[in-house]
Write a protein that binds this ligand. Structure first.
Ligand SMILES: Cc1cc2nc3c(=O)[nH]c(=O)nc-3n(C[C@H](O)[C@H](O)[C@H](O)COP(=O)(O)O)c2cc1C
Length: 579
């Protein structure tokens, strides 16, 4: 029998229970001391953790002294303050409400360290993977955390430290690393869910997203057919909730203002309610702009006055916080994330950069398809996974951004393919080009269309023929947001071209889209008409990066807030118009 070594049911259930009910605890600690025998059992459990080559690299430093804990708490507070200073608006407000350490609220603190040299040079397994020493100490933490839960002890992990500063306070020899700082004590209760989930800071990813069959990307739970993430997301996109929309429209009519006086914002609020399935809808914050960056083979046709290297240089600028989108995002309280889906340069790993390169630039679509179908699907998948991850990280509004020299040419071709528009009507001057370059650009689009004869009923084929990797990824990003019923504010013509692809794959995805602005590019008006979206801002912008969409963020947020906060005639005792 395969289960002869299995624990009896009750014991097995206890194991799963302790795993499910382990919590990171920061509130509700009681002052009662932790008896030595209980702490001893918990530390012995930690000491039974698996370790690389059985090197047992951990040590446990038990701290109870109040003065020492006060000094340590001051170290943590300083770093938490620095972290808070870097957060965008809504995140900073949410962080303010969180409790991130209980150093002084708990009677005992335990530091778990790691000796990466313990066991000498022949420690089995550590030679090729030095990090396995740290992993082993982390497993000791996990054992401690679980055993503590079974004893009714809460544990909170604090990581707001400069590691060497803390090591000095603890008198750690230089060859030891601090792995974890744990605050331990009895608590009044254990929360059923992580506090960060309850506070809306982040969500639990479904286990099905984390399990892959045989190869990365074939997601599926054991016993189930592996799901193709794109097909799964498309299947999950549903039309807006008619009941919530009707409730929102009805509430708008009862709000203390003349009917219809909020113009387009009333429509936005109704659509937000339909998307969320509730009235009033949640405020679309925090918000994150994802700037998808890629290069284009069609650049070789001389369609842009800018050298291709500018794509990579602007990515560096976004990451340094120096671009217009950074300024606008800082003003609007949004986060900026940059996704390399196809920049034709090696990019340094930097905080805020998601390295998801499919290839270093597309091929020239006048000579052949810009990408293979497999690459188009891979880029779509990148986009939808970025959307999922940003929503799991707590964002309630997604904003499209893009960077790619020559991407207005690819956009024009996509717009013609999806809407049937004439290349002369859909092609614009992009960053600003002279008459000769403009004529060449239209000719390039015409030649591309003649060569590929795109079928709008095959959106992946159209993306593969003309798209930039950023177009395909943006289409996936829109689909991902729509499947999670989170609003997606679209920027200009590049996002519009991507939205046409998303709408061709899943028409109901348009329900999640809000047109941030109308770009000066002529193809954008054609696109918005085709999608049936009205732009919120019309300032003659033609920059891209997500700038126009970020400017519309406060409008979308205000539309939701009005529906939530404005009194109704009956509740405020204000007389309604008699007829
Ligand atoms: C490596 C690591 C570092 C952490 N650092 C902190 C921290 O500095 N402050 C904090 O409040 N929680 C910290 N946590 C706790 C996590 O926020 C918590 O585990 C997560 O929200 C999931 O909640 P749960 O542990 O209750 O399931 C840390 C957790 C881990 C694994």
């Amino acid at each position: 029998m395969s289960d002869e070594n299995r624990f009896p049911d009750e014991q097995r259930e206890a194991v799963y229970r302790v795993i499910a009910e382990r919590r990171d605890v920061r509130r509700g600690f009681r002052a009662d001391p932790v008896p030595a025998d209980v702490l001893g059992r918990v530390l012995a459990a930690a000491h039974q953790a698996p370790s690389v080559g059985f090197s047992q690299p951990w040590d446990f430093i038990v701290i109870t002294d109040r003065a020492r804990r006060e000094r340590i708490a001051a170290l943590a507070r300083r770093h938490a303050g620095q972290y808070a200073d870097e957060l965008p608006g809504a995140r900073a407000r949410a962080f303010d409400r969180l409790k991130i350490e209980s150093i002084l609220d708990t009677p005992v603190n335990v530091v778990v360290s790691c000796d990466r040299t313990r066991g000498g040079r022949h420690t089995l397994g550590r030679r090729t993977q030095p990090k396995t020493a740290d992993f082993s100490s982390v497993l000791a933490v996990a054992n401690l955390w679980l055993a503590a839960r079974a004893e009714g002890l809460g544990v909170g992990w604090v990581s707001f430290f400069d590691e060497r500063e803390l090591a000095a306070e603890l008198g750690l020899p230089p060859h030891l690393e601090v792995i974890a700082y744990l605050c331990v004590g009895y608590v009044t209760e254990f929360a059923p869910e992580p506090e960060l989930a309850t506070a809306g800071w982040a969500r639990r990813r479904p286990v099905a997203w984390a399990v892959h069959a045989e190869q990365f990307g074939r997601r599926g739970l054991p016993g189930e057919e592996p799901v193709d993430p794109l097909a799964e997301v498309i299947a999950a996109i549903a039309p807006p909730d008619a009941t919530a929309m009707a409730a929102a429209a009805e509430r708008q009519d009862r709000m203390t203002k003349p009917r219809g006086s909020l113009g387009l914002l009333e429509d936005v609020s109704v659509r937000l309610a339909g998307l969320a399935g509730t009235c009033p809808p949640p405020l679309p914050e925090p918000a994150c702009v994802a700037v998808f960056a890629g290069d284009h083979g069609v650049h070789a046709q001389g369609v842009s006055p800018w050298p291709q290297e500018v794509t990579a240089q602007m990515v560096a600028n976004f990451l340094a916080g120096g671009a217009v989108v950074n300024a606008f995002a800082a003003q609007a309280g949004a986060e900026v994330t940059v996704v390399d889906v196809g920049v034709a340069a090696e990019l340094e790993p930097l905080p805020g950069l998601l390295p998801r390169k499919i290839a270093p630039g597309t091929a020239d679509f006048t000579e052949g398809p810009a990408m293979t179908r497999e690459q188009a699907v891979a880029a779509l998948t990148v986009g939808l996974e970025v959307a999922r991850d940003l929503v799991a990280a707590g964002n309630r509004c997604l904003i499209t951004g893009d960077m790619g020299i020559a991407n207005t040419t690819a956009s024009a071709a996509l717009i013609c393919a999806f809407t049937g528009a004439d290349p002369a009507e859909a092609t614009g001057r992009g960053t600003g080009i002279d008459a000769a370059t403009y004529a060449r650009k239209i000719d390039v689009v015409c030649r591309g269309l003649a060569r590929h004869r795109p079928d709008p009923a095959d959106p992946v084929g159209v993306l593969a023929a003309f798209g930039g990797f950023e177009h395909a990824a943006l289409a996936g990003f829109i689909l991902g947001g729509a499947a999670l019923r989170v609003p997606v504010i679209l920027d200009g013509v590049i996002a519009g071209a991507a939205a046409l692809a998303a709408a061709a794959l899943a028409p109901a995805a348009v329900g999640a889209c809000f047109a941030g602005h109308r770009s000066a590019e002529p193809g954008h008006a054609v696109t918005l008409d085709h999608l049936g979206l009205r732009p919120l801002v019309d300032l003659g912008l033609r920059l891209g990066e997500g700038t126009g969409a970020v400017l519309a963020l406060p409008l979308v947020q205000s539309a939701a807030r009005a529906l939530r906060d404005v009194a109704t005639f009956d509740s405020a005792g204000v007389a309604d118009k008699s007829m």
